[in-house]
Design a protein around this ligand. Structure first.
Ligand code: ATP
Ligand code: SF4
Ligand code: MG
Length: 325
C-alpha cells in the first residue's frame, strides 16, 4: 500500500526570463516500508522534487500543478500552518542537502532539538531531553553529543545527529538529500547503517534517498528512480535499474559508474557526452534527445509516454514504447 502518491506534479522557479521547469509532470508512488533512491545529474531537479513532495517550497519556487498525498492527507491543498503542525517533522522530515552547513554554530544539539520539537508539539523541555537521550541510546549514538556544539562533532557524527534529530517524532517518511556526499567511505557506511537502523527499529516506514552516487544506492535502496531534466525517465527495483535498465539515459549513467577507469569513475555521471539542458527552455519531445545515441525523428517531436514494462517498472522512451527495447 502506498504511503506517498504524487500525480503530475509541476514545480517551477519564476525568474526574470520566464520559468525554470525543474520538476515537470512527475508522478511517483512510494510504498510503505520501501527505501527509494532518486538519482540523476546535478541540476536535474532532485532537490526541487523532494522538497516539493513535502510542500517545503517558497518563492521563487511554485507548485504549478499536481496532487500530492501522504498517508492519506492531501498535502498539495494544505496551508502552511497545517503543514507545520500536522505534517513536517510528524509525517515527513527532510535532511536537506546543506544540513551540515545549516547548523547554527552557537546552538547546542539539544537546543536545536527543542526548537524543532516545539514547532510541532507542546512537549516540555525535560521530556524532550529524555526522549532525545533514549533515542540516541537506541541508535547507538553517544548521548554526550546532545550537549555539544556542532563544531565539536566530526562530520559523520554531525550528520548522524541531524538524522536522529529529524526523526525524533517518528515521521513515516524520511527524505535525505545527498547525506553521504561530503563524507569519506567509512563514515558513509556509518550513516548508511543509521538510516537502515531507523527503518529496522520502525522509527520511520519509508525513505527517499537522493544522491549522485549509484554505488551508495546499491547498498541501501530497494527501488531507484532516475531523473533527467525535470522528469523521471525510469523507475524500477534496484536490480532492474542496475542490471536490466531500458532507458538509454539510465544505462549511460550506470556505465559511467561501472567503468573500470578510476578517473572516469570519479567524474561519474559526467562521462555521458554532452551537457544537461537549460531548464528555462528544455528540448522538445524527449528531453534527452540531444544527447541520446538512439534518437529518432519522433524523439525530437513527441514526448515519450511513460510505459509500464514490468511490475512497478516504468520507462519513458520511444524505443520502449514502440517495442524496440
Ligand atoms: N532559486 C532558484 N532559482 C532559479 N532556478 C533554480 C533555483 N534553485 C534551483 N534552480 C534550478 O532548478 C534546477 C534544479 O535544481 P536542483 O537543485 O533541484 O537540482 P539537483 O538535481 O538537486 O542538483 P544537485 O545534484 O546539484 O543537488 C537547476 O536547473 C537549477 O539551476
Ligand atoms: S525517447 Fe528517443 S531520445 Fe529519448 S531516450 Fe528514448 S530513444 Fe533516446
Ligand atoms: Mg540537489
Amino acid at each position: 500500500m502506498s504511503l506517498l502518491e504524487a500525480e503530475h506534479v509541476k514545480a517551477y522557479y519564476r525568474v526574470r526570463e520566464g520559468f525554470v521547469k525543474a520538476v515537470d509532470d512527475v508522478s511517483l508512488h512510494l510504498d510503505r516500508g520501501v527505501i527509494m533512491g532518486l538519482a540523476g545529474e546535478s541540476g536535474c531537479g532532485k532537490s526541487t522534487l523532494v522538497n516539493t513532495l513535502m510542500l517545503n517550497i517558497r518563492p521563487p519556487l511554485y507548485l504549478i500543478d499536481g496532487r500530492i498525498t501522504l498517508d492519506g492527507n492531501l498535502l498539495s491543498k494544505m496551508d502552511k500552518q497545517t503543514l507545520k503542525k500536522k505534517v513536517w517533522g510528524v509525517l515527513v522530515s527532510i535532511v536537506p542537502q546543506s544540513a551540515l552547513n545549516a547548523l547554527m554554530p552557537t546552538q547546542k544539539i539539544i537546543d536545536l532539538i527543542k526548537d524543532i520539537v516545539h514547532a510541532h508539539t507542546d512537549i516540555s523541555d525535560s521530556e524532550i531531553v529524555s526522549m532525545s537521550r533514549r533515542r540516541f541510546e537506541e541508535l547507538n549514538l553517544p548521548v554526550e553529543a546532545l550537549n555539544m556544539y556542532p563544531h565539536e562533532l566530526s562530520g559523520g557524527m554531525r550528520q548522524r545527529a541531524v538524522i536522529a534529530i529529524s526523526t525524533l517524532l517518528n515521521p513515516k517518511l524520511l527524505i535525505v538529500d545527498e547525506p553521504t556526499s561530503a563524507l569519506d567511505v567509512s563514515t558513509q557506511k556509518q550513516v548508511l547503517k543509521l538510516l537502515v537502523d531507523l527503518r529496522k527499529a520502525k522509527i520511520i516506514e519509508s525513505m527517499i534517498f537522493v544522491t549522485h552516487d549509484i554505488a551508495v544506492l546499491r547498498q541501501i535502496a530497494d527501488r531507484i528512480a532516475i531523473m533527467y531534466a525535470g522528469k523521471i525517465v525510469e523507475s524500477a527495483s534496484t536490480d532492474d535499474i542496475l542490471y536490466n535498465s531500458k532507458h538509454p539515459y539510465t544505462y549511460g549513467l550506470i556505465n559511467a559508474v561501472v567503468t573500470p577507469e578510476p578517473e572516469v569513475r570519479k567524474r561519474g555521471l559526467i562521462s555521458i557526452p554532452g551537457e544537461p539542458p537549460n531548464l528555462l527552455k528544455p528540448p522538445s519531445g524527449c528531453r534527452f534527445h540531444p544527447r541520446c545515441p538512439y534518437a529518432m525523428d519522433i524523439c525530437r517531436r513527441e514526448e515519450p509516454p511513460l510505459v509500464e514494462v514490468g511490475e512497478g517498472w516504468t520507462v519513458a522512451c520511444h524505443l520502449v514504447a514502440s517495442g524496440r527495447r
